[in-house]
Design a binder for this molecule. Structure first.
Ligand code: FES
Length: 108
């Protein structure tokens, strides 16, 4: 098994393999990451664990730049990871790169 170090750029597949507005879980090392392709073609990646009670955000409903947790409907911004009011908290976000149709995550 290969070890993922700091600042690693990891290819997770082709852009066309990520369905639009439907989360996809990607496991890299010990990290479970929720990846989303938005209607404008950008890719967002956040920790796949809701700060409330650990709900899998990859199974949430996407609306614009946000995902609604499938367990209790907390709204999480996919750009900065912040939970929207009236709830509070945040999830880790990951930088994404799309290069010639391939999607990469930057793991720090
Ligand atoms: S676990 Fe996500 S809202 Fe409760």
């Amino acid at each position: 098994m290969s070890k993922v170090g700091a600042g690693s750029k990891v290819m997770i597949g082709k852009l066309t393999d990520i369905p639009e507005k439907v989360g996809k879980e990607v496991i890299i090392g010990v990290n479970s990451i929720a990846v989303f392709r938005l209607p404008n073609g950008t890719v967002r990646a956040v920790e796949n664990k809701c700060p409330h009670k650990g709900g899998p955000l990859s199974q949430g409903i996407v609306a614009g730049e946000h995902v609604f947790c499938p367990l209790h409907d907390w709204k999480v911004c996919l750009s900065d990871g912040l939970v929207q009011k009236p709830d509070t908290g945040c999830v880790k976000t990951y930088e994404t790169v799309v290069d010639r149709g391939n999607v990469f995550l930057i793991i720090n």
